[in-house]
Design a protein around this ligand. Sequence first.
Ligand code: ADP
Length: 397
Amino acid sequence: MTRSVFVINAGSSSLKYQLVDLDSGAALASGLIERIGETTGEAKHELPGRPKVVEQRVIPDHEKAFGWVLRQLDQHGPALDEAGIIGIGHRVVQGGARFDRAVLIDDDVAQQIDDLAPLAPLHNPANLQGIRSARATFMGYPHVAVFDTAFHLTIPPAAHRYAIEARIAAEHRVRKYGFHGTSHQYVSRRMAELLGRPLDEVNTIVLHLGNGASATAVRGGRSIETSMGMTPLAGLVMGTRSGDVDPGVIFHLHRVAGLSVDEIDLLLNKRSGLLGMTGTGDMRDVLQSAEAGIPRAVEALEVVGHRLRGTVGAYLAHLGRTDAIAFTAGIGENAAKVREVALAGLEGLGIVLDPERNAGRGERRISADGSAIEVWVVPTNEELEIARQVAALVDAG
Ligand code: ADP
């Protein structure tokens, strides 16, 4: 009998879903609904080995979107009563200092996710909308919230406190939370498996490089430092986000350049990073332009590499002893050039890439045989991690 979890990632105008088979880890079905609430929407439903169902249609709200998903499951499979769904997993971006693990959703938990909305105004309300609609659609199933921040709640105060007035920080819950926790947890655990050693003995630096990017220092399976902060804007250079800038830049842009706070928010979140530096936020295009010698792309790649090297260096110091560095997500898994520039010149620190292995594909070691610290590509699977956390909770209760 199949056992599966239906995993949901709800955005304000989008809905991503995957039905995950717990035994094989494979997707039994997946889909994406976009432009919910707009005049034209698009809905896709996919089954392995079959042509995608794609429909252009108006989808007024999340509940209607779930209705569409149910119809697809009904018409194209897998049928709900045959899929062996044991629970529904919801990705929730911000769990604050409250949620250090996945939880069963009840009205109280839903209220607390709502209370955390000021910390993630773009994400938590959308996640909650997804939860409410899904609870109305998939009645009778346990619903579980899996938080992006939860894995990072083990980060010690020395690393998560900002050096600002304590009263203000406490009153407004200003501290580092960190994000992409599900991915960092999955990859660091997989890394220990690949090294053939117990998780609590392995220290790993995980570099999750996608459109959003973050690095985490993981000691014995616990996050001790991460590059994103109170919000996902901090740290590495990303597709459209600046990553770290001197906070004084914000005052300067406001007072001298005359930009409003909302304009600066938009600038740093949506028009910076690779996009701001080169005109495209897609790393494939940046790499192509850099290859062709276009100066701003070459320079952007140098900025990306410099920021990554500095972060790796800091995390080597925080961990004291590092066993492995793991690259993951769209760029981390596919862009050999980015991995090369990120670790260039670190041979003296015991990090030596093997160019041939680096140019390969799939899950593999990419460091040279003599490298004191192993370097790996470890494809992430956030849906599977969410599904496993849902199963662990459901099975325990
Ligand atoms: P998200 O954070 O949206 O989940 P992904 O993990 O899918 O993002 O990563 C998207 C990024 O990965 C994009 O910058 C894209 O250009 C990059 N990427 C995907 N495939 C490749 C590739 N073959 N070579 C270089 N970059 C790639």
